[in-house]
Design a protein around this ligand. Structure first.
Ligand code: ADP
Ligand code: MG
Length: 694
């Protein structure tokens, strides 16, 4: 499609549109003819089965065909007129009725053949069809396959500006006059291989399909196209990345050996496998771009540290980024402990004022005295200088935006290796789309000796039962989290209820120490309370979701989640991961009243499985991809027809097709390959840039 293609003609100039309708179309996102052709119906109804009048069933929506025998308009009351058109076929007659639309009468002439579709009623013993959609053929013209009746009819997602009938007419005009300008960009060979019908055919078929089979083929092609554009772009990007130069790390260095020797536990099989994958990446000569997915508690931190130790063996510095200061501090403690005997130097750099200590830390980083710097995104937001950054580890990646990653990567000439760690399992379909240019590793094994968390749904007013249970756990020496929903900091009511509940709990457990942390407290205050909890100076910690990610306090064995029905599935899973980290049997108590079916479903899923991937799949199905990822920053493209949950087979095929086209396996003629690639780039135009995943 060139700049001057008739398809790009402003929609206002399409026959039957004009300025007012053009404005309404713009609100629907339709700017030109091309946009209209790609505006898919939301449903299709079968109006192709025409019934003899004698067989019509009152209450059903049906399609009838007959000859006009009379028409009239009556004023029934001051503000009500009824237009009636009687139509008959060989088996009987039916009255069509319209209210306060007297002009309709003129459209029907005695002897006209009409097709009507609408709900059938009985009125005074007569069959009646109220405000039907209809089509009339004049006597000198045979009835064509209609637009509104006598066929499978599209139903569009519309606002009040259009009736379905008006919109169909506009689409029909666009198809009749402009479909010829739509150019195919996938050669026949390619289409054959992947079972795709031709593009013009699919656009015609999505709006006005002849049969439901042809509708499916049309949908398939257009859904394929949506997925294919994304997969193609991701593949190109990946190829480009693979052509880049990366640091070659020494994967058999001394520090790694020392680190291994002093590790207080044996790596799990899954951890070892992921370490091997990382080793392969960092010694390949290309920059690593790997996502490690591992359920909460699966031991991602030590894997990240091993990567950093390998960097040290190779003479490079590493950065480990955490989403919050609390977590960065926790990583720092873990790292300090595990690195104690190795001689590798780690430093913590947090945001805030440039104190003397911080200045010194920055200086150590710049001179290369520091091997591993741990911190929050402050590391990349501020003017932090490295001597030679070779590896960036981004923990709990879903909290970061794309821009921040880019900033970090800009800090050295050769792109550093990048390792992303996430505890939010991402269903494969989504990962393929959002992280299609990233290699993915999975730690699918928990360290040995972990007891699965027992999850209980607790609904009902009997708080005593809950309190008694808590008391028993406290007597055993365990600690308890109580979590309150606080979706947004502005939700003061929630905060108030959290604070009040904490007071209530304190009164109920006089022998134990309780405290509260929430998002409106100062960072330092929050960190101090978390530290006290870790040191068991606090027995019951009431909290809003600030404890969601990464906190590791093995002695805390009970988590009570209040109003659990108000949390999303993935969030509940994250929260539950805070317990079950030590030797005690742990419990997650989901307290609340699931008022909705969705709420009940979520809580049941939680009670039935602890598999993060299963939970993520359910969450995706319940909430949809946009909500699941939570923010637009993640580069999830907007699909018009494609659905990541129901169309995963088409997604797999589109991915395979993109890989094939860009690989040496593609057996199409070379000229044709290049032409196709050019055509795809051209077609994807704007969308292509949207897929911007660092
Ligand atoms: P996450 O994947 O949630 O970030 P962590 O890295 O915080 O998990 O690890 C959770 C806990 O498990 C930590 O206390 C860590 O020291 C411990 N751990 C990690 N790997 C192992 C292992 N192979 N054997 C025993 N304990 C381990
Ligand atoms: Mg972690």
């Amino acid at each position: 499609m060139t700049e001057t293609s008739p398809l790009l003609k402003e929609i206002q100039y399409l026959k039957g549109v004009g300025p007012a309708r053009a404005a309404a179309l713009k609100k629907l996102g339709v700017e030109n003819v091309y946009g209209l052709l790609y505006y898919p119906p939301r449903a299709w109804v079968d109006r192709s089965i025409i019934k003899p009048i004698s067989k019509l069933i009152p209450g059903e929506r049906e399609t009838v065909r007959g000859i006009v025998v009379m028409s009239s308009t009556q004023k029934v009351r001051f503000k009500l007129s009824i237009t009636k058109v009687v139509v008959q076929d060989k088996t009987g007659h039916i009255t069509a009725a319209w209210y306060n639309q007297p002009y309709i009468e003129k459209q029907f002439k005695k002897g006209d053949e009409v097709i009507m579709h609408g709900k059938i009623d009985m009125y005074r013993g007569m069959l009646q069809i109220n405000t039907p959609e209809y089509e009339i053929s004049s006597p000198d013209e045979t009835m064509q396959a209609g637009v509104n009746v006598n066929r499978i009819v599209p139903v569009y997602p519309l606002t009040e500006s259009f009736t379905q009938k008006q919109f169909r007419a506009i689409v029909k005009t666009a198809l009749d006059n402009y479909l010829q300008y739509v150019t195919e960009y996938l050669p026949e060979e390619f289409r054959k291989k992947f079972g795709l019908i031709q593009l013009q055919q699919s656009l015609a078929g999505i709006h006005f399909p002849d049969t439901f089979e042809s509708l499916e083929k049309a949908k398939y092609r257009l859904i394929f196209d949506e997925f294919f554009m994304v997969q193609f772009a991701l593949n190109l990007k990946k190829q480009k990345a693979e052509a880049q130069k990366g640091h070659v790390f020494n994967i058999a260095g001394e520090y790694k050996e020392i680190f291994r020797k002093h590790l207080p536990f044996k790596l799990t099989g899954a951890q070892r496998r992921v370490v091997e994958e990382i080793k392969k990446d960092v010694s390949s000569g290309r920059p690593m771009n790997r996502l490690v997915q591992g359920d909460v508690g699966s031991g991602k931190t030590v894997v990240a540290l091993i990567a950093a130790v390998i960097a040290k063996d190779s003479g490079f510095q590493s950065a480990i980024l955490a989403p919050t200061e609390i977590l960065a501090s926790q990583h720092m403690k873990t790292a300090a402990k595990l690195l104690e005997e190795t001689g590798i130097k780690a430093d913590l750099i947090l945001g805030g004022a440039a104190t003397k200590d911080k200045k010194a830390a920055l200086e150590r980083l710049k001179t290369g005295e520091t091997d591993i710097v741990i911190g929050t995104h402050a590391i990349i937001q501020e003017t932090v200088e490295f001597k030679n950054l070779g590896l960036a580890v981004i923990d709990e990646q879903h909290r970061f935006g794309v821009m921040q990653r880019a900033a970090l990567l800009g800090k050295s000439e050769i792109k550093p290796h990048v390792l992303i760690m996430t505890a939010t399992p991402i269903p494969r379909t989504l990962a393929m789309t959002v992280y299609g240019d990233t290699d993915v590793s999975v730690i699918d094994e928990l360290p040995p000796g972990r007891k699965p968390v027992k999850t209980v749904l607790f609904s009902g007013a009997n708080r005593d039962k809950l309190y008694n249970f808590m008391e028993e756990r406290l007597k055993e020496g365990g600690q308890i989290y109580m979590v309150y929903p606080l979706v947004d900091v502005s939700e003061k009511v929630d905060l108030k209820s959290a604070i009040e509940s904490e007071k209530e709990t304190a009164i109920r457990f006089p022998g134990y120490k309780t405290a509260i942390v929430h998002g409106q407290m100062k960072k330092e205050e929050r960190a101090a309370i978390m530290a006290d909890f870790k040191e068991k100076k606090i027995d019951i910690l009431a909290a809003t979701t600030v404890i969601e990610v990464g906190i590791d306090i093995p002695n805390a064995s009970v988590m009570v989640i209040e109003h659990a029905e108000r949390f999303g599935l993935s969030q509940l899973h994250q929260l539950r991961g805070r317990v079950g980290r030590g030797d005690r049997q742990s419990y997650c108590i989901l307290a609340g009243e699931p008022g909705t079916e969705d709420g009940f479903k979520r809580l049941s899923v939680m009670a039935s499985t602890s598999d993060g991937f299963k939970i993520a799949e359910e969450d995706l199905a319940l909430r949809g991809p946009g909500e699941f990822l939570g923010t637009r920053q993640h580069g999830l493209p907007e699909f018009r027809l494609a659905n990541l949950i129901t169309d995963r087979k088409i997604l797999e095929s589109a991915r395979e097709a993109a890989e094939w086209l860009l690989s040496s396996n593609c057996d199409m003629d070379h000229r044709k390959i290049n032409e196709t690639i050019d055509n795809i780039k051209h077609k994807s135009g704007r969308n292509y840039d949207l897929i911007n995943i660092g």
